[in-house]
Design a protein around this ligand. Structure first.
Ligand SMILES: C[S@@+](CC[C@H](N)C(=O)[O-])C[C@H]1O[C@@H](n2cnc3c(N)ncnc32)[C@H](O)[C@@H]1O
Length: 248
């Protein structure tokens, strides 16, 4: 596919020129535009890469319920649904009776539908988010309302105020962790040390490292820092891949 902008569609401000130049050079932007899979976001390649490099935690026969927090526009949900829907390399017999598991995608923005994905438009930080998502899990996946994998690519809008931005990032990490405590399946219940997986985006800051040490490390068999090649090197984002949830 050729990748040429229509000049009249773009502003010529220096910031726009810089953005455009970066987009044209970016191999993942090109890959997204040329891929027949029509991924909705460049982020899809981050999840694909993390999954490939880390034991294909998403592509396990016993992964039936995936929650994608901060899912819009939907690249990660597409990747998860491809597996759950059985369009990936999976034996039919390993899927649930109706041939599917469930992906629940949550975002405060509206998302266009994706086959096999239940979308919830809501603010994840609202007090009733956990119970609403839990009810949907019980209804669509299992009585216990447990998820095998919880993904969070959520990021608050930056304000330019460092203190506020760090606090917002902390609030999201804390809320995701509290949610995982209630809804993530334990490794023990699956009989697999690496089961019960949380993938959580965070931004470099000492307070977030403290959060990792106090909240995540004691409750998972392994917590890895992951910076996929597809995550821009100038971005301070990284992911914690927490495998083997030990339970409360
Ligand atoms: C980087 S994008 C996610 C991209 C997504 N993984 C994909 O592949 O398409 C981050 C998303 O988090 C969402 N978000 C941030 N804070 C949120 C909140 N409190 N509740 C729900 N969604 C939130 C934003 O609306 C945004 O769509």
């Amino acid at each position: 596919m050729s990748f040429r902008p229509t000049p009249t569609l773009f502003s010529t401000k220096p910031s726009s020129k810089h953005w455009l130049a970066r987009q044209f050079k970016d191999p993942y932007v090109r890959q997204r535009l040329s891929s027949p899979k029509n991924y909705r976001s460049r982020s899809a390649f981050k999840l694909i890469e993390i999954n490939e490099k880390h034991d294909k935690f998403l592509h396990r026969p016993d992964v039936r319920a995936v929650i994608d927090l901060g899912a819009a526009p939907g690249g990660w949900s597409q990747v998860a649904a491809a597996w759950i829907e059985g369009t990936s390399v999976v034996a039919e017999s390993t899927l649930a009776d109706d041939g599917r598991g469930v992906v629940i995608a949550v975002d405060r923005l509206r998302m266009l539908p994706i086959v096999g994905v239940h979308t919830l438009q809501m603010d994840f930080l609202s007090p009733d988010a956990s119970s609403i998502i839990g009810s949907l899990l019980r209804e669509k996946a299992n009585e216990g309302g447990k998820a095998d994998v919880i993904l969070s690519d959520m990021a608050a809008n930056t304000t330019g105020n460092r203190v506020t931005d760090v606090q917002n990032a902390m609030d999201i990490s804390e809320a995701v962790w509290q949610f995982a405590r209630s809804h993530l399946r334990t490794a023990e219940s699956i009989g697999r040390r690496r089961g019960g997986v949380l993938l959580l985006k965070y931004f470099e800051h000492p307070e977030l490292q403290t959060f990792r040490r106090l909240c995540l490390e004691p409750h998972f068999h392994n917590v890895l820092y992951v910076k996929p090649n597809s995550s821009r090197s100038e971005s301070s984002e990284g992911y914690w891949l927490c495998v083997g949830y030990k339970g409360k």
